[in-house]
Ligand binder design. Structure first.
Ligand SMILES: *Cc1c(COP(=O)(O)O)cnc(C)c1O
Length: 468
């Protein structure tokens, strides 16, 4: 057996460094991209390196890597750190199983299946439901589209596309929908982007109109993607109404809950995905709302037959013992597959379903703090005044792109900007459930101080003029 005790000591030492650093410098020292290779020794060389030198390089890397777990990181649809999930992920690294067979993964198979079963129960899928853990939300959407395609035409798997399929998603949906249309052979030009209402939700009447038109032209409507938490606004498409249309025309309904599908854990916010039980597939990222380390994405399928039909291929060299129910490789995209389930299971096991609910509710509470603050202060304009953990606003008419970039370059806080229809704005994401009310108020305080000290930031008008 290799002795890794020294490496584990080193690991603990480095984690101490990182945690202290996060505390003292919540926004990492930023290295200019074009100076990166001069600033840290990233080179790989022929000769070995002694541990002390390696330690020193690793410290440099840790200190300057963007810190996503701190209370000043609002840039992404993930953030913070759930200790019990970290524990599970570290154990997954030590176990280093692959999830394709029971022979290799043992109880990890049951861990994955328990999460899937409980998730299916939460959304009201029936006995025949199941699921898998793809590499992320984009891959979950891809697998859903493949199943929809095969459900519409079982012949595709063997012979390729023969029918002129078309698919539907809102203009506000994630960009993986576009990529996936290419990957599945359906083609980017055969996506219909359905308009959204003023709050960023797909307009069902527009969807129906488009489907009817496509049918008249002899095309084959195949798939509709509804989003639970759009990437910019965090809006929820009206699933129930979309399900009516999908039912009427016999179209696969997938719900992309990568961002906010975690609401299924909260009695308070579950209503945002009303009708979810009527979908054919649903995916959510535990690494977003539930705070596990990346990546932890789950796709659930109302009828597991589809998962099996689209992803099962016999392989004698791999599947040598146990039944299909235990050999998860029969329903996954990959062959070797990382154990992403354990970290979610350790979290869920330790805090219970009630604890997961609290995590989700905390994010909405923080969002309410931000919405309240922004809407009561006339220096701000709010663009998202409803249930969403993406709070979109502008401050004193300052160009949001200039503001976010300056805040980042000055290491004040890391926050991004987004656009919806004609407006561009700062997008504050309150997904870090470790944060408290004070952290959100502190964000606004820092932003206001920064603007005060930097009177030359471009206004929205100046930025628009520059463009035109
Ligand atoms: C994040 C996100 C995705 C993509 O998930 P990845 O795990 O990053 O691939 C898909 N859809 C929505 C709505 C998202 O927010």
């Amino acid at each position: 057996m290799p002795d890794i005790s020294g490496d584990l000591v080193l690991f603990n030492e480095l984690v101490e460094v990182l945690l202290k650093e996060e505390d003292q410098h919540p926004v990492a020292d930023r290295i200019d991209a074009n100076k990166l290779y001069d600033a840290i020794d990233l080179s790989l060389n022929a000769s070995a390196m002694i541990d002390d030198e390696l330690k020193s390089v690793l410290k440099d890397v840790l200190v300057s890597t963007p810190k996503t777990a701190t209370n000043l990181f609002f840039n992404q649809l993930f953030g913070g750190r759930q200790g019990k999930a970290v524990l599970g992920d570290l154990l997954a690294v030590m176990l280093n199983t692959s999830m394709y067979t029971y022979k290799v993964a043992g109880p990890q198979v049951g861990i994955e299946q328990e999460i899937i079963r409980q998730s299916c129960n939460l959304i009201g899928y029936g006995d025949q439901s199941n699921g898998t853990f793809p590499t992320g939300g984009s891959m979950s959407n891809y697998m859903a589209l493949v199943m929809a395609r095969d459900a519409k035409d079982a012949n595709v798997r063997a012979n390729g596309m023969t029918k002129p399929m078309v698919i539907y998603t809102s203009i506000e949906s994630h960009y993986s929908n576009t990529k996936n249309a290419s990957f599945t052979g359906i083609g980017k030009n055969n996506i219909r982007y359905i308009q959204a209402d003023s709050e960023g939700r797909m307009i069902p009447a527009k969807l129906e109109e488009q489907i009817t038109k496509d049918l008249r032209e002899g095309l084959v409507p195949t798939y509709v993607n509804a989003t639970a938490g759009t990437t910019v606004l965090g809006a929820f498409d009206p699933i129930d109404e979309i399900a009516d249309i999908a039912d009427k025309f016999g179209i696969w309904l997938h719900v992309d809950g990568a961002y906010c599908g975690g609401v299924i854990f909260s009695d308070n916010y579950k209503h945002l995905v009303n009708g979810i039980e009527r979908s054919d597939s649903f995916s959510y990222n535990a690494h977003k709302m539930l705070g596990t380390p990346l990546t932890c994405s789950i796709i659930l399928v109302n009828d597991k037959k589809h998962l099996h039909d689209s992803f099962n291929t016999e392989a004698d060299y791999l599947y040598q013992t146990d039944g299909d129910d235990f050999n998860l490789g029969k329903t996954s995209f990959q062959c070797g597959r990382r154990n992403d389930a354990l970290k979610f299971w350790t979290l869920w096991k330790s805090v219970g379903t009630d604890g997961l609910k609290e995590i989700v509710d905390q994010q909405f509470e923080l969002a309410d703090v931000a919405i309240d603050y922004v809407s009561k202060n006339s220096d701000y304009t709010l663009y998202s005044n409803y249930d969403s953990v993406s709070i979109c606003f502008n401050y004193k008419n300052i160009d949001p792109e200039a503001l976010c970039t300056a805040l980042y370059k000055s290491q004040i806080t890391v926050v991004g900007f987004g656009a919806f229809k004609e407006d561009t704005f700062v997008r504050l994401v309150t997904i870090n459930a470790n944060n408290k009310k004070l952290d959100i108020l502190n964000f606004f305080k820092l932003l206001e101080e920064f603007v005060e000290n930097n009177p030359n930031l471009a206004t929205i008008e100046e930025a628009t003029q520059e463009l035109s």
